[in-house]
Design a protein. Structure first.
Length: 290
């Protein structure tokens, strides 16, 4: 009687094909709805450090070695070498009008080569215009890379102080820096006994006369204090150390990007897989397709 014995399959096996078909149809419906998932990529990037170097006539004074402009160049070069490799560097010359010499770049050699070596003869100093212009460069380089509460970068102003040219006043420039959240670190270069020799023409005769150009640390201190920057003066080593520490507080920015990944293919593949499983399972067990 053995051939007449009927083996009943387990209950779960009898319902498995229908369940597999149902799951497959579910994935098929999901595929029609075009499912997708969004990934968020956060990348740490550097900020922009702008070196604004005063190249007005008074920076030719030699009361600091080798000269005020030479000292400014040496200090700026030391700052550049001490910055993290992810930080961008820009160089602006400040005289009667500001001039962008090096746009924000990661190229250290290019930034070093762009540091000014000479002053502009008979040029005055428009610190207000220089600061406002530098703030615009820093803010423009940051773009929309970071959240609004994050500093886009910093400005290091190397000057002997004092404004003797028209344009934006230092108080107005300070407001601009505060609005764009850009601190201005200032370096006072020179002494109270500084002077330059300048030609003067009287009745067709040209004479050389010495003009006193004492450093004005008070204005530079005010600019730094009111923009949440750091005022620096003293030896090259001490100034470099203080500036490096001040710039270190700026930190880095976050570049956030999102990507949308479609799940259409995966959903369709899952639907086909479950439907095929619903066909294969009864075929293997019962020897037929239901």
């Amino acid at each position: 009687m053995t051939p007449n014995v009927v083996v009943r399959p387990p209950r779960w096996l009898r319902t498995a094909p229908s369940a597999l078909f149902l799951v497959g149809l579910t994935f098929l419906v999901l595929g029609v709805a075009r499912p997708a998932w969004t990934s968020r990529d956060v990348q740490r990037i550097g900020t922009t450090v702008l070196l604004a170097v005063d190249v007005s006539n008074s920076m030719a004074a030699t009361d600091v070695a080798p000269s005020r402009i030479g000292y400014a160049r040496k200090l700026a070069a030391s700052v550049i070498r001490g910055l993290p490799s992810r930080d961008r560097i820009a160089v602006v010359m400040v005289a009667k009008t500001p001039h962008l010499v090096v746009a924000p770049t990661l190229d250290r050699a290019r930034a070093l080569a762009g540091l000014p070596t000479h002053v502009i003869p008979l040029a005055g100093t428009a610190l207000g215009d220089g600061i406002s212009y530098s703030v615009a460069v820093v803010a423009g380089a940051a773009g929309s890379l970071g959240p609004g509460s994050q500093r886009p970068g910093a400005i290091v102003l190397l000057s002997d102080g004092g404004q003797n040219a028209g344009g934006t006043t230092p108080p107005e420039a300070i407001v601009t820096a505060l609005v764009d959240y850009v601190p201005v670190d200032t370096v006072a270069i020179g002494t109270s006994s500084g002077g330059i020799v300048q030609p003067v023409t009287v009745l067709g005769q040209t004479y050389s006369t010495r003009i006193a150009v004492p450093v004005d640390p008070q204005l530079l201190r005010t600019i730094a204090t009111q923009t949440d920057g750091t005022f620096v003066s003293g030896s090259l080593a001490a100034s470099t150390s203080r500036l490096t520490a001040a710039l270190g507080r700026i930190g880095s920015q976050e570049s956030v990007s999102t990507s949308r990944h479609s799940l259409d293919t995966w959903s369709a593949a899952a639907a086909v897989g479950f439907i095929l499983a619903g066909i294969v399972v009864p075929a293997l067990w019962f020897g037929k397709v239901e």
